[in-house]
Design a protein around this ligand. Structure first.
Ligand code: KDO
Length: 334
């Protein structure tokens, strides 16, 4: 959906269907429902593990959780539209994907805004988040249940440290860095000083192997889970984005549940997210040694240089024009 006009047309078309669909919701309350979730992540990713081990059994009385990993049901970035059209029940979405529809979500995509996992939770649960959640519900028919922790994203390159040592954004000049395919992601790649290349997650391993890209950015657990360490030689600990995802469900499906079922499902989402968050945090610590054992160089660059460049590029960007007045200060104050 490339143009703003197309997105607006899509949103108004969806607003019409949402009304019609919600009328049938109550009748569905008695039946056991199927909750299909589509995600690019593998089934060994900690968010997936948490959903399988915690979420699925907790909702089993009234819902069958049916996850589809590795983008096997919907392509990365098309899940929200699928939910809005009534073709999918759940996804693990991102602020970058929501920013395609609602530009103000880009505030949560900016580098060096969230400080850590606890800060993400505080922001998600704060009233400042209410208008964002409401808009996703009203205009897209998507309910954001909880915030999931993906981790600190770092730059991960094919070149060895001897070939290219990266201490500042200037050292990434000309580096072809794969970033996921939305404007918000591409801008982050640019802000880091690299040449961002859009590509779906499921294509990254091969692109690194063949040299179609020089590198990618993801948290350490993802580098291991997706085996990117097999085809790269160094990780620069830029920590440029403490990355989050939202566990999302179709509002129509949610509205079809009884109040008790809604409470159970919400508690299951919270528990799974917390479980996944703790596991992911532990893995971020533990995997440094594993990656070193695999022969990768892992080192910290000049973090002030990265933080200063990324923050100033965001503040001067068109993205910042869509951020509600004073919100960045409120986020920083939490
Ligand atoms: C990625 O494409 O690099 C990314 O890390 C983006 C995240 O928002 C998230 O969707 C994730 O991929 C997938 O779930 C795969 O782990």
């Amino acid at each position: 959906m490339p143009t703003k006009l197309a997105r607006r047309t899509f949103l108004s078309a969806i607003a019409g269907t949402a009304l019609v669909l919600s009328m049938g919701g109550a009748a569905l309350a008695q039946e056991k429902i199927t909750l299909r979730l589509s995600s690019p992540s593998s089934e060994t990713d900690q968010r997936a593990v948490a959903l399988i081990e915690k979420f699925a059994p907790a909702v089993a009385e009234f819902a069958t959780f049916e996850p589809h990993w590795n983008s096997s049901l919907f392509k990365q970035g098309t899940e929200l539209e699928a939910i809005a059209r009534g073709n999918l029940e759940m996804s693990i979405t991102s602020a970058q994907e929501l920013a395609v529809f609602f530009p103000e979500f880009s505030i949560f995509t900016a580098g060096y805004v969230h400080r850590d996992a606890a800060h993400q939770v505080a922001v998600f649960n704060d009233p400042l988040m209410d208008p964002f959640k409401q808009k996703a519900e009203d205009e897209l028919g998507v309910k954001l249940l909880s915030v999931m922790y993906l981790g600190r994203r770092h730059v991960n390159l094919r070149q060895s440290k001897e070939e290219l040592t990266v201490m500042t954004p200037a050292d990434l000049a000309g580096v072809n860095l794969r970033m996921p395919g939305t404007d918000a992601w591409q801008f982050l790649g640019k802000a880091l000083g690299a040449n961002p290349t859009p590509m779906a997650f499921t294509e990254v391993y091969t692109a690194l192997q063949t040299g179609a890209v020089d590198g990618q950015d993801n948290p350490l657990p993802t580098v291991v889970d997706a085996k990117f360490y097999e085809v790269t030689k160094q990780i620069i600990l830029t920590s440029h984005l403490v990355d989050l995802n939202y566990l999302a469900i179709s509002l129509e499906v949610w509205n079809g549940l009884s109040a008790d079922q809604q409470a159970t499902l919400q508690a299951a989402a919270d528990e799974a997210s917390e479980f996944g968050r703790q596991n992911q945090l532990q893995k971020e610590v533990d995997l440094v040694d594993f990656l070193k054992e695999q022969g990768l160089d892992i080192y910290e660059p000049d973090l002030d240089a990265f933080r200063n460049q990324v923050q100033s590029m965001y503040l001067e960007s068109d993205f910042a024009k869509d951020w509600p007045e004073g919100l960045i200060d409120k986020i920083n104050a939490l």
